[in-house]
Design a protein around this ligand. Structure first.
Ligand SMILES: [Fe+2]
Length: 119
């Protein structure tokens, strides 16, 4: 399956705006503490109809598949993953549209290193 990515993040096409996964993470992520990653497809909501829908959203951590969420209708084109990590890591979110293939977005997550702030 061909994986599609943004050609220019500062100037997305209308197709990219509907299909690229948006990764939403907390401002601070602490070592070993569980947090939530929301993946939404896309910046403009992807349709979720019988004819045109997002089949599933996969999350990869440092290149390895973490979870695959099949979307059931009726629903929004988004899902949430719960995770805790011991070191900085990179996530890849992949959305699979039944008509327009797979789309990926990547994000590097740096763990919060402050120690005087009560979060
Ligand atoms: Fe689509």
């Amino acid at each position: 399956m061909k994986i599609q990515k943004a050609k220019n993040l500062d100037n997305l096409t209308s197709f990219e705006q509907v299909h690229l996964p948006w990764i939403i993470i907390p401002e601070f992520v602490k070592k070993g503490e569980e947090f939530e990653i929301t993946v939404k497809v896309g910046k403009v909501d992807h349709p979720m109809t019988d004819e045109h829908y997002v089949r599933c959203i996969r999350l990869y951590i440092d290149g390895e598949m973490f979870e695959c969420h099949n979307l059931k209708m009726p629903t929004h084109s988004e899902t949430k993953f719960n995770i805790s990590m011991e070191k900085d890591f990179e996530i890849t979110a992949r959305a699979e549209c039944n008509l327009h293939g797979a789309w990926e977005t990547e994000e590097k997550i740096i763990l919060y290193r402050g120690n005087n702030v009560d979060l």
